[in-house]
Design a protein around this ligand. Structure first.
Ligand code: GDP
Ligand code: IMO
Ligand code: MG
Length: 429
């Protein structure tokens, strides 16, 4: 089974690196297909801790070919910074491939991201400020700059002129900022062209050929289902398709070639930035999850909002993504709780609703209906088989599995690579 898609099943930061690690003995290619350096992946390997943003976490696997596919938006300066930092630590990044069709994040996208947020005031999204939304907006408006444009100065200049024409009016007249010079952007982008050239490829062709040869390709999603621009809590979402369908459009590999979809789900819930979050806690339990789970953003350092597990969301993710297996992370964080509430449905204006409501206002009003499960106090970080887990932890997992729409094939019991309980071998299918 050669093509795996890994996606976040909640609002991000589920620990997507854990699943990549489970597959690492077999990975030939690891593909980032959406988002940009808004993502933040912390991966712990032995005593080493890596924080990755633009590069997929699978880059840490020996011998793998990392691919940044067409669906990604690339801040080139960040790309080189990240590559240099990894090389300095002995990670081989020499085989990175970058799609000629991927779009570029420039200075004006970063500026626009920040000023638009400020002008939204109370309605702000709480973006990462990395220029993601404005870069995707340009892509959809057909005024984006693509990686391939860097290799034709004439074309690049025309495109930057086109993009800045309207934006400078906006920046100066509406947002009271200085105009951005075409030359400034063009020269900046050109300064990276020669270093970038050897990495640039027709990545869709490369990946399809790899699959033809029976190679294993892992598509590593950034962000998560509830942040997907179509299926998430719009407008409090990111600007790309972070669900499994995005792996196809974002890479040029057809949907019928994707064999397994692995949904990563935390044993509780977190969210960064604004937007609805029915099970959010504002009390000591929320603080317990934040402190014990170390829930602070990898990208912006913001404290993450925390809450109990939301089964309707997991079920929704299973459906939207076609999840074949869940990997549940951070079960160890719940150790020490006497009882653990789990949201099994919502109360929306006095009515019980079992699925994620399609109406945004209903979701905003949704009050969780909880079922309580008995907790455990034993340290579980050393557990390696399901039977090693205390009975109450086993029951918690089994109950969540029954509610969440797909089997839970592995369970994270600590930040380390090895801290995992495998119930079904993902490679065996
Ligand atoms: P991503 O955005 O999905 O890649 O996840 P992040 O890296 O932003 O956040 C996940 C965090 O949880 C990281 O700091 C991981 O090291 C950590 N982590 C992953 N799995 C586990 C687990 O099973 N237990 C604990 N305690 N931490 C975990
Ligand atoms: P990983 O891959 C959590 C959130 C931001 C904001 C919204 C829009 O680490 O799971 P953007 O900058 O994308 O326009 O911000 O999306 N967000 C994330 N939250 N994890 C992420 O990535 C995120 N990427 C974006 O906080 O609410
Ligand atoms: Mg993250």
């Amino acid at each position: 089974m050669p093509a795996f898609v890994i996606i976040g099943a909640q609002w991000g930061d589920e620990g997507k690196g854990k699943a990549t690690d489970l597959l690492s003995s077999r990975i030939d290619y690891v593909v980032k297909f959406n988002g940009g350096n808004n993502a933040g992946h912390t991966v712990v390997v032995g005593d080493e801790k890596y924080a990755l943003h633009l590069l997929p976490s699978g880059i840490l696997t020996d011998g793998v070919i990392p691919v940044i596919a067409n669906g990604v938006v690339i801040d080139i300066e960040v790309l080189f910074e990240e590559l240099e930092a990894l090389s300095a630590r002995g990670v081989d990044v020499s085989r990175l491939l970058v799609s000629a069709n991927a779009h570029v994040i420039t200075q004006y996208h970063r500026t626009l991201d920040k000023v638009t947020e400020r002008f939204l005031g109370k309605r702000q999204i709480g973006t990462t400020g990395r220029g993601i939304g404005p870069a995707y907006a340009d892509k959809i408006n057909r005024v984006g700059i693509r990686i391939q444009d860097l290799f034709d100065e004439n074309i690049l200049r025309q495109k930057v002129e086109g993009a800045l024409h309207q934006k400078n009016h906006l920046l100066v007249k509406i947002y009271n900022r200085r105009a951005i010079a075409v030359d400034e952007i063009v020269n900046d982008l050109l300064s990276y062209a020669e270093r970038l050239r050897p990495m640039v490829a027709d990545t869709g062709l490369v990946l399809n050929r790899a699959l033809d040869e029976g190679k294993t390709v892992v598509f590593e999603g950034g962000q998560a289902t509830m942040l997907d621009v179509d299926h998430g809590t719009y407008p409090f979402v990111t600007s790309s398709n972070s669900t499994s369908g995005g792996a196809a459009t974002g890479s040029g590999v057809a949907p019928n070639r994707l064999d397994r979809v692995i949904g990563i789900v935390k044993a509780y819930t977190t969210r960064v930035g604004a937007g609805p979050f029915p099970t959010e806690l504002h009390d000591a339990s929320g603080e317990f999850l934040r402190t014990k789970g170390f829930e602070f953003g990898t990208t912006t350092g913001r404290p993450r909002r925390t809450g109990w597990y939301d089964a309707p969301i997991a079920r929704y993710s299973a459906r939207v993504n076609g999840v074949t297996d869940f990997v549940m992370t951070k079960l160890d964080v719940l150790t020490g709780l006497e009882t653990i509430p789990v949201c099994v449905a919502y109360d929306v204006d006095g009515e019980r609703v079992d699925e994620v409501p399609v109406s945004q206002s209903d979701f905003h009003h949704a009050v969780p209906i909880y079922e309580e499960f008995p907790g455990w106090s034993e340290d579980i970080t050393g557990a390696r088989t399901f039977e090693d887990l205390p009975k109450n932890a086993q029951n918690y997992v089994l109950a969540l599995e029954a509610m969440s729409g797909s089997r839970i094939s592995a369970i994270g019991v600590g930040p380390d690579r090895e801290a995992i309980v495998v119930r079904h071998d993902l490679l065996a299918g």
